[in-house]
Design a protein around this ligand. Structure first.
Ligand code: GDP
Length: 295
């Protein structure tokens, strides 16, 4: 796992080799290369700066353990810190004792929100948790059809009221229906826009205030790179999120958005999307992501 980054950062490690302590002078180049690796992995610049500032004192003064090369030891420190920043372990979805658990999906248009709604429903369905998906994107009738088609495909019902109803009412009545029918989990798909705008945030906040979800999950496209941090910041500040789903990780992004999202919101990434199919969802594991980010 550490071989590839060791190769990538070959120049910097040479200075560490043969030393018996990782010191301020011999660590400078290594840290600069870690900084570059993180930026190449699309971790947000500010997040990179903070990360380096935290790793530096941890690495300095570390005695080199015999039998382990100092460069390997340094990479291990960086790796452990990445895992720590991303939360150490997988954080599962909340499940409340008194059903239904209510999950609100948020995100920009095209990030994979509707797909993630169906992926989550299928995931829960396989765990024998009954689900209802609620279609509140009244601005794009195609979005309602998309969710209905996905629902048919995975055998999970979809609640919709067409495109003339108010999204807040649809969400509220969807939750009511789930309560009446004793459904375990309601997943509310919401409208996205190409960019953040006040109307979208206002509507999302009103839905949230009305249905009081147990989870508000932001779907972030892993390919958006640097922008993931500002996007997460705005959604978290204006609506408040409890976690995120990182979509499109099957692309060639190194996944730096994971570090940015966690760092900026302080909330866990719960799942990753790894393809267009409804089955293409996996729990998020900080160790795997740390290895991927380090390349
Ligand atoms: P929404 O506008 O946020 O609801 O986005 P959609 O769910 O409609 O997804 C937008 C596009 O991204 C569609 O073509 C999806 O098939 C695709 N998509 C969603 N999730 C993933 C993923 O994890 N990997 C890949 N490769 N494509 C995805």
């Amino acid at each position: 796992m550490f071989d590839s980054i060791a190769e990538r950062l070959e120049g910097a490690w040479k200075k560490l080799r043969g030393q018996d302590e990782i010191s301020p002078s011999n660590i400078r180049d290594a840290l600069r290369d870690v900084r570059r690796a993180l930026l190449e992995a699309d971790v947000n610049l500010q997040v990179v700066k903070e990360f380096i500032a935290e790793v530096e004192p941890k690495a300095q003064g570390t005695k080199v353990i015999s039998g382990i090369s100092p460069d390997q030891q340094f990479i291990k420190i960086v790796y452990d810190e990445l895992v720590a920043v991303m939360g150490e372990t997988n954080v599962p979805l909340i499940e409340v004792d008194t059903a239904p658990t209510i999950i609100l999906m948020a995100g920009l248009q095209g990030t994979g929100k509707t797909t993630a709604t169906a992926k989550l429903a299928l995931h829960l369905h396989k765990l024998n948790r009954s689900c209802l998906m609620v279609a509140t994107d009244v601005y794009r009738p195609a979005a309602i059809n998309q969710l209905t088609t996905l629902g048919n495909q995975i055998g999970v019902p979809v609640f919709d009221m067409g495109s003339d109803a108010n999204p807040v009412d649809i969400a509220r009545l969807g939750v009511e229906k789930a309560k009446v029918e004793g459904i375990n989990t309601v997943i509310i798909d919401t409208a996205g826009r190409l960019q953040i705008d006040a109307d979208m945030m206002g509507e999302l906040s009103r839905i949230k205030e009305t249905v009081k979800p147990h989870e508000t999950l932001l779907v972030v496209d892993a390919m958006t790179g640097q922008e993931a941090a500002s996007l997460t910041h705005v959604f978290n500040k204006q609506v408040g999120i409890s976690g995120a789903i990182l979509s499109k990780l099957d692309g060639d992004s190194r996944g730096g958005a994971a570090l940015s999202v966690r760092r900026v919101s302080g909330t866990p990434i719960k799942f990753v999307g790894i393809g267009e199919k409804v089955e293409a969802l996996q729990p998020f594991y900080p160790e795997r992501m740390a290895s991927r980010i380090l390349g």
